[in-house]
Design a protein around this ligand. Structure first.
Ligand code: PAF
Length: 279
């Protein structure tokens, strides 16, 4: 595995591989890597000749400076894991490599996907995600890019961005990796104590209960029951929505295929998100 810090070297290495006819798979990350990320790397390895992983904590997608400051950073451990799981090129750029002076933020109409849920509670978040992912795609030019479905809304936003900018990349959405008890793997989990990890299981229990309820109740009734159940735990709910998987609009009376429940909440100071397809 080669560790790369500059755009110049990245392009050089990728051009040589492309000349050999190799297909390029890409996994963008913000580091603090865990087994959920390694599942993405393994999938990329299975489907592509060469796997590129970027590790970059993108400041433009944080609307809260304390969240950015506390975001876990573990570059040495990240490099070790990536090597072990078969990454070929590990790209650890600086901020100026990603956002040089002449860089221009892309204009993308996300058709409202960025205005709900995460977009509502973290204004500007998806503008930052679009900025960094479009820039990384421009540098890596992958045939396939792999994203975890834990960030359900992010996947919808990135698919819309790819469509709007007509980018020649296939977005592969991968199932959420969970601990044995159901906690969705997240870099933020490293900030939870063992007892908080237990308390956070209410998230998956709520989602699983809702999946059962969806067989008998309307989306609105399922949502009301889910909120009541969630509130028997100690976490602070930010939102709990049942949405259409493509438009992300709230569902109330009728179910649609792929209808999903999305939750954002706080476990102490740590903000967690999760989701599950209900029908
Ligand atoms: O999902 C993430 O880790 C980030 O939002 C991403 C896609 C790497 C962009 O910074």
């Amino acid at each position: 595995m080669e560790i790369i810090n500059t755009v110049e070297r990245l392009k050089q290495a990728l051009n040589a591989l492309r000349k050999e006819g190799k297909s390029i798979g890409f996994v963008p990350t913000m580091g603090a890597l865990h087994h959920g990320h390694m599942d993405l790397v393994s999938r990329a390895n299975a489907e592509c000749d060469v796997v590129v992983v970027s590790v970059f904590v993108n400041p433009t997608q944080f609307n809260n400076s304390s969240d950015l400051e506390h975001y876990p950073r573990t570059p040495e451990a990240d490099a070790e894991l990536l090597k072990k799981f078969g990454c070929d090129l590990a790209f650890f750029p600086s901020i100026t490599e990603i956002y040089p002076e002449n860089w221009v933020s892309p204009r993308v109409d996300l058709e409202g996907l960025d205005q709900v849920m995460e977009g509502k509670f973290r204004p500007g978040h998806f503008k930052g995600v679009v900025e960094v992912v479009s820039r990384l795609f421009e540098l890596v030019l992958p045939g396939k890019a792999f994203f975890g479905l834990k960030d359900f809304q992010q996947v919808a936003v990135i698919k819309k961005m790819v469509e709007q900018l007509s980018l020649p990349v296939q977005i592969i959405a991968c199932e959420t990796s969970r601990t044995e008890k159901g906690l969705a793997m997240s870099s933020r989990n490293s900030r939870l104590s063992e007892s908080q990890k237990e308390e956070a299981l209410i998230i998956y229990r709520t989602l699983s209960q809702a999946k059962t309820d969806a067989n008998r109740f309307s989306p609105e009734e399922t949502r009301t029951k889910a909120i009541a159940f969630f509130e028997t735990g100690s976490l602070k709910l930010e939102y709990l929505n049942i949405v259409d998987p493509v438009t992300l609009k709230d569902l109330t009376t009728d179910w649609v295929p792929g209808a999903s429940m999305c939750i954002a909440c706080f476990c102490g100071e740590v903000r967690l998100i999760d989701n599950l397809t209900l029908v």
